[in-house]
Write a protein of this length. Structure first.
Length: 202
């Protein structure tokens, strides 16, 4: 029986390591997939805001009002940045906040949007005190002087959705190990019996 125990334990160890490795890979893959979906949603909303702002003839006069309105309508943070980096409007800032916020000219997503037509980055927001996913696009690709619109969402929802999958993944891993133990026990019976007979005969 000791031989059968050892063979069964070998099955369990191999199954456990394989299951944990697969679970860790799946957990990370799900995180990347959820982040990718969030990026696609932000891109779609950014294009909509881009189209709406492009028609504004005096953007600086209406930027903050439009950022507030679109932020509420789209459930995202909207920031409108002039070509020189000055923040003209932001969903989460009032007039005093806009007057004191630093230039955004050196923000990677803003610079990339002006340079290539699109910017994306995940970064800690000192303004809000949490990690945000940012997507930025030039308001008018044919007129860079019009500035950039940037949309952002907190990554807390992405992390929450991923964490909700952790328990089911752990439960599935446990079931896999238990199944491996049962199959290993059954598969090891005949070899263990033969080894036992050979041992006794020797």
């Amino acid at each position: 029986m000791r031989i059968q125990h050892r063979l069964t334990l070998s099955f369990v160890v191999v199954a456990g390591i394989s299951t944990l490795a697969a679970g860790a890979f799946l957990y990370r893959a799900i995180g990347r997939h959820l982040t990718g979906l969030a990026v696609e949603e932000l891109e779609s909303k950014a294009r909509l805001v881009q189209d709406l702002l492009r028609a504004e003839t005096d953007l600086s006069a209406v930027a903050d009002r439009e950022a507030d309105r679109m932020g509420v309508d789209l459930s995202v943070r909207v920031t409108i940045v002039g070509a020189g980096g000055k923040v003209l409007g932001d969903t989460d800032l009032d007039d005093d906040g806009l007057a004191t916020i630093e230039s955004h000219a050196d923000r990677p997503e803003i610079a990339a949007a002006l340079r290539t037509g699109r910017g994306q980055v995940t970064r800690y927001s000192s303004t809000l005190g949490e990690d945000l996913l940012y997507v930025a696009r030039p308001i008018d690709p044919g007129n860079p002087g019009k500035g950039v619109v940037r949309l952002a969402i907190p990554l807390t929802e992405v992390r929450k959705a991923r964490e909700e999958l952790r328990l089911p993944l752990l439960f599935s891993a446990l079931l896999s190990v238990l199944a491996a133990a049962l199959m290993g026990w059954a598969a090891a019976r005949r070899p263990a019996s033969r080894l036992g007979e050979m041992s006794r005969a020797a």
